[in-house]
Design a protein around this ligand. Structure first.
Ligand SMILES: Cc1cc2nc3c(=O)[nH]c(=O)nc-3n(C[C@H](O)[C@H](O)[C@H](O)COP(=O)(O)O)c2cc1C
Length: 208
């Protein structure tokens, strides 16, 4: 596989920064990191962004792996955090109270980027933050995702059994806050794939 020029090589190519086009700007770790956070932020706003629905992997209560698709609700670069919503009775909510280490996996065919994000998670239901968010969510169609009388994953008598809804005050809405520990970024490109490990204060290029 052909490796593309390293950022150092490109900057040594006697071109000024002004001459760098958009793609070249993404040669510097800082530019790539900025773009990653920009895409994550866009994904929370744009229903069609591929990164809106990452896979979230946890450790099951029996120690086996568990993973599912979720909607990325918010990101905060300053706080280095992601936010997702769930039902407090779900398996994932129970699992992360036992084991806080988890991982998000994002893939975008448009960007040709995979992003794996190792996180430390916390689930909150009664915090003022969760309560404030619920006041907004309960006005939306997805409110019913958090108000069924029966917990997610509980067997039902038939595939069409109507989901019974609690009164709106009986919510099981929960916010999962994920503190980013480390990212593993992979770019697929015909002129050479690139991969890097990105921690809070370090950037390490890796063999893709
Ligand atoms: C596109 C898509 C988006 C989803 N978004 C969420 C979400 O934001 N929160 C959530 O709890 N489950 C979401 N789900 C359902 C989960 O994938 C999963 O089936 C459910 O939460 C039960 O998971 P658990 O038993 O591992 O807790 C989504 C599923 C799909 C297909």
């Amino acid at each position: 596989m052909t490796r593309r020029n390293s950022p150092k090589t490109i900057l040594n190519n006697s071109r000024t920064c002004d001459a760098l086009n958009m793609k070249d700007q993404l040669e510097t770790p800082e530019a790539i990191k900025d773009q990653i956070w920009r895409e994550l932020s866009r994904a929370t706003q744009d229903r069609h962004h591929a990164w809106r629905t990452p896979v979230f992997a946890t450790t099951g209560l029996d120690g086996t792996v568990n993973a599912r698709t979720l909607v990325l609700r918010a990101v905060d670069r300053q706080a280095n955090q992601f936010q997702i919503y769930t039902d407090s009775r779900s398996s994932k909510a129970e699992e992360i109270t036992q084991q806080k280490n988890a991982m998000f996996v994002f893939w975008s065919k448009k960007l040709n980027w995979q992003l794996r994000v190792r996180v430390n998670v916390n689930v909150s239901t009664n915090s003022s933050h969760a309560q404030t968010l619920w006041q907004q969510v309960k006005q939306t169609a997805s409110a019913s995702d958090y108000t069924s009388t029966s917990a997610p994953g509980i067997p039902i008598s038939s595939e069409v059994q109507a989901v019974q809804q609690n009164e709106m005050h009986a919510t099981h809405f929960a916010v999962i806050t994920a503190d980013v520990i480390e990212m593993d970024w992979l770019e697929l490109a015909s002129n050479g794939h690139r991969r890097a490990r990105i921690s809070l204060d370090a950037w390490t290029w890796l063999t893709p």
